[in-house]
Design a protein. Structure first.
Length: 223
């Protein structure tokens, strides 16, 4: 495949065999309920075989009882037809091994920092975290384990609001339930809410968390 095989989340979901997957901030993600570490390892081995055949390799996070798989094409910076094809094969392999998809749990966490001087603030956090820089405003964990840090430009001071907030990318089917739980726990919706694409909620002291579902069926072609 060339570099023109990038696809939108909507197109990804329209394919057969990828019903288990959700498109989040950092790619297409699925969480399998393996039940045991041994069964999870067996699925990892099968995914490794499929990945070698395809020449396209997912990120895997194997824990006792669960396996999270993430697909993204780094050469285009988004999901692609290669991810769509491999996702279908991975789901087929899981079914063959009797492994079911977990009902919930697929999510991506991103920390957003508002700053008047983005380069200066970004440099501080890069030194603190030991992260790599991606583009002009993002820091990413070189080990692929910690959350991304995104830096957003302010055009005026924000003395009455916390300038650091957490973005949680979740499947669209889970977003409303997550928001309801936050409201029940004392949260309040802010003016930045753009339902049903994302909900911005503040805790009782003004710290903000965004529940974002827009990537899971967006027609956008870019991250």
């Amino acid at each position: 495949m060339g570099t023109d095989d990038r696809i939108s989340p909507r197109r990804f979901h329209d394919a057969d065999g990828v019903e288990d997957w959700s498109v989040l901030y950092d790619g297409a993600v699925v969480r399998f309920a393996t039940g045991t570490f041994e069964r999870g390892a067996a699925l990892v081995a099968e995914i490794a075989r499929l990945a070698e055949e395809a020449g396209h390799h997912p990120d895997l996070d194997l824990r006792y009882g669960t396996l999270v798989v993430r697909l993204v094409s780094h050469d285009v910076g988004d999901i692609s037809l290669r991810d769509q094809a491999l996702a279908a094969r991975i789901s087929e392999a899981a079914r063959a091994l009797g492994v079911e998809t977990a009902a919930t749990g697929a999510q991506t966490v991103q920390v957003s920092v508002f700053a008047l001087d983005v380069p200066a603030v970004l440099a501080f956090w890069q030194a603190a975290l030991g992260y790599d820089r991606r583009g002009d405003g993002d820091l990413v964990d070189p080990l692929g384990r910690g959350p991304d840090f995104a830096f957003q430009q302010l055009d005026h001071p924000m003395p009455h609001r916390n300038r650091l907030h957490i973005d949680i990318s979740v499947p669209r089917a889970e977003a409303a339930g997550r928001v309801d739980a936050m409201l029940a726990a004392g949260g309040r919706l802010t003016a930045d809410t753009r339902e049903p694409h994302w909900w911005s909620l503040a805790d009782p002291e003004g710290n903000v968390a965004d529940i974002a579902a827009w990537r899971d069926d967006s027609e956008e072609e870019e991250l």
